[in-house]
Structures are given as C-alpha cells and as structure tokens.
Ligand binder design. Structure first.
Ligand code: GBH
Length: 452
C-alpha cells in the first residue's frame, strides 16, 4: 500500500480518488455510431506526425468494451472515473446532434452510477471536429460559440448524474502544442496563432458555463489546466526571471484570466507580440466563477536564460526519469500546489492527472512497474503534505486506467495501471493497479470504522 500517514486526508472517505482516460485515447470505433473525423484523425494520417503511423482508429476498443472497463474501475475500488466526450461523436456536423453518440455516454454514466463510481466528465480533451478546423479551428472565434452549444447538448443529456464537469483539458496543450510547436493536431507552427487560439479556448470555457449550470445545477463546474513548474537552473537573476516568465506563459496565462479576469502582465510586457485580439467583455465571460480547478502534474522543467534572451531547457543529470524522459520530481507537485495557493484565491483543487510512463513487459508472475508504484507513492505524499500545509485539495486522479493512445507517441508509451495487449485487447493489471486496490480497500475499512 502507499506510505501516507494514517491521519491523512487522502484516507478520508470524502476525498475523491479516481482514475482517468480520454475519448480519443481509448474509444477506437472512429467510424462507428455516426462519428465524423476529429483533427486527430486527420493529424494521425499525415506522415511523420505520430510515431509508427499509429492512429486512434481502434485504440483500446473502449467503445465496445466499456462494461468490462467500468467493472475494472469498480473492482479497483476507485470512488470516481474521469472520462471525456468525443465532440464529433455527439455533434458529427455543425448544429447537428447525434442521438447514438449521446446514448453511448448516457450508458457509461448510468453504468458508473450503478457501480457506485462517481462520473467526472471533461467536455473537450483535444478532439476538435474536423469540420470546425476546416473553418480555422481554435483560431476562429466562432469555435468558442460552437463549443458552448456542444457543452449545452452534453450537459442537458447527462445532467446532475455527473459529479463534476470540466470544460477543457489543458488548453495550453491545445493552443501551444497544436498551433506553435506543431507536435499536436492541427500541427501548425505559428506562435501568434497559438495565443489567439488560447484566448478562444478560454472564451469557450466561459461561454459554456451558464448553460452547464442551468442543465446541471447540482454538479460542480470547472476546468483542468496543466502545469510544468519551472525551476531556475542556477541562482542567477536571469535564470530566476526566466523561470518566472515560463510559469507565466505555461500556467498563469490560463489561470489568471479565469480567476482574476486579466492576462499576466509579465507575458504582455516581455512578449508583447503575443497579445491576442480580445473583445470588450471577453474577460468578464472568461472569469465567471468556477467550483473547482483541476491540476494536471507530471514533471517540472529546469530553465536557463540563453544569449538571445530565450528560455533553454536544462537537463538534470542523474535524475530518475520515466520512459517519456520526464524527470520524476514529486517536490514539484508540492511546490506547485502551495505556490498556487499563495498566489490566488483558489476554488477547491483536484489533482485531475498524475502518472508515469513505464515500458514494462509481461512476466510469468505479472507486470512489475516498480517505477510507477514509487512515482505514485511519492506524489501522493506530496499531495498529503500540501494538504497539511493548508491547500484545499479534494480529489486525486491517476493517469491512466489503461495503456492507451499517447498522442504523438502513439502506442509506444504506456501510462496505464492496467496493461493493454493491443493484439488481443486483453486487460492485465500491473502491480500499480494492485497497489491502488489495496489502498482503496484500506480506506474503505478505515472509513467504515470511523463511522461506527
Ligand atoms: C496529459 O498531457 C494529457 O492530458 C493526457 O491526455 C496525456 O495522455 C498525458 O498527459 C500523458 O502525456 O514535454 O518534456 O517539456 C500532459 C502534457 C506533459 C505537456 C508535460 C508538457 C512538459 C514536459 N504535458 N509536458 S516536456
């Protein structure tokens, strides 16, 4: 089990422990049930974009195997399951709702409720309908309005059965990986477009909230951001300033408008060329109140200030790394949570993703993923410490339930607690899954004891 103290908030029955997936990464059935292509279907077909030419066409066949997968979540003892909705499955053409697509998600929500697992729904986890990209995607302001319509349709169908709705997953990735670095769909390399896309993503979030609250007044509504906190490579002033600027671009650029209704001055001052077109009233829409903030954390980055005043990533020697080559740095999660708490008036936080890729093999006596077990153990301790130091954290989600389509890395990187054999679609629990199961069982009996 995990080494978290007996009196830890993590062991209390009202702390939400869950596991997460996302539609394009697990569903497959890309051409079934009336679904039309998303930008990821298109991107995967462009040579050289995704490792080994992998696509999400089949993925984990979750579209057909979801009952077995929900059984797994239940058997592992998780309180909650975080999934995302495929927009082109629900709205295959602009303004058109596909009842079969909605029915798929209604079944999953009912299936979770029957299994006593709380559903957490992310509306947008990167799979923009291709028909919207044909009109400029997130660079077109219209996409924000289309998203609000989609959010209305989904929340009207799923309603209060969903414990919490997140509008967007990691809009930084959608904007910067998609429009500046070109490593995610739609694969553009236009820094200025990235900032405009980011603004429209934030606008989409804010525009969607009123209908979501109307349709699901008892659910909690929020959004999920990714943070890769930057640490200065040396004590030098230049490096410290660069770390602050990097954090401002990666994290505060999204959080400050949502919580305080403005873009961080550090970025507008040092990167003035990046300022997007903002209409009067946009910031009021973007800063509508949210009930929770989802924080995704995997690793930190170490930065230095190079000759041209640009950030340069420094590689830490002898650090423990996952197979994504990301440094294992639990203290970064503690620092992130406590720093955010100091800097903002935060709504309750949930760690909506945390996890590690490990390239393990199936052995006779099971799948040993010691690095992943150790990773979770140490990151849970970091969350526990942040709670002790006063940060209001109400949930924690492991990424991911299953090995799945890891975006530009295709199927080469495995993040699952449960191994997927992509030939047979067999699900095999790794040791990390067993570890979580033990911990969940312990919590349940501790909770029962406390109640009696
Ligand atoms: C999440 O993205 C996604 O929500 C999820 O779908 C995905 O499967 C999961 O993580 C695992 O990748 O790139 O070396 O500079 C996380 C994306 C990861 C982007 C860390 C920034 C910084 C390290 N973030 N990354 S590096």
């Amino acid at each position: 089990t995990f080494d978290v103290p007996n009196d830890s908030r993590l062991r209390s029955p009202d702390f939400l422990f869950g596991v997460a997936t996302a539609a394009y990464q697990v569903e497959g059935a890309a051409r079934e049930g009336g679904r039309t292509p998303s930008i990821w279907d298109t991107f995967c077909r462009q040579p050289g974009r995704v490792l080994n030419g992998d696509t999400g066409d089949v993925a984990c066949e979750h579209y057909h195997r979801w009952p077995e997968d929900l059984d797994l979540v239940q058997d592992l003892g998780f309180d909650a399951y975080r999934l995302s909705i495929s927009w082109p499955r629900v709205m295959p053409r602009r303004g058109e709702v596909n009842p079969e697509g909605l029915r798929f998600y209604e079944q999953i929500i009912d299936g979770l409720v029957e299994r006593d697992v709380k559903p957490i729904v992310t509306l947008y986890h990167w799979d923009l309908p291709q028909y919207l990209d044909n009109r400029g995607g997130w660079v077109n302001r219209e996409t924000a309005y289309a998203f609000a319509e989609f959010a209305d349709v989904v929340t009207a169908a799923l309603g209060n059965r969903v414990e919490a709705y997140a509008t967007l997953n990691e809009p930084w990735c959608s904007a910067f990986l998609g429009y500046e670095l070109g490593v995610h769909a739609p694969g553009l390399k236009e820094p200025r477009l990235a900032y405009q896309a980011a603004h429209h993503l934030l606008l989409a979030h804010g525009l969607a909230l009123p209908a979501m609250r109307h349709n699901a007044p008892q659910s909690r509504h929020g959004l999920v951001l990714n943070f890769t906190p930057s640490f200065p490579a040396t004590e030098r002033y230049d490096d410290q300033a660069m770390a602050l600027l990097q954090d401002a671009i990666n994290g505060h650029w999204f959080l400050e408008p949502v919580l305080e209704g403005r873009y961080p001055s550090l970025v507008t001052r040092f990167r003035p060329e990046s300022t997007p077109v903002v209409y009067p009233g946009d910031m009021d829409i973007i800063s509508r109140p949210i009930d929770f903030l989802g924080v995704n954390y995997y690793t930190r980055s170490l930065v230095t200030h190079d000759q041209d005043g640009e950030a340069r990533e420094v590689r830490v020697e002898n650090a423990q790394r996952t197979s994504m080559d990301w440094e294992v740095y639990p203290h970064g999660l503690y620092r992130l949570l406590t720093d955010l708490d100091r800097q903002y008036h935060l709504p309750p936080l949930m760690v909506t993703e945390n996890g590690a890729a490990v390239t393990e093999t199936v052995e006779d006596d099971g799948i040993h993923d010691d690095l992943r077990c150790d990773y979770y153990n140490r990151h849970l301790q970091a969350v526990d410490q942040a709670i002790r130091d006063g940060v209001n954290i109400t949930g924690y989600f492991a990424w991911s339930l299953l090995d799945n389509f890891e975006w530009a890395e295709g199927y080469s990187q495995r993040f699952g607690l449960v191994y997927v054999d992509y030939d047979s679609q067999e699900r095999i629990r790794k040791r990390s899954a067993t570890l979580f199961r033990e911990f969940m069982a312990e919590r349940q009996s501790a909770g029962a004891g406390a109640a009696s």
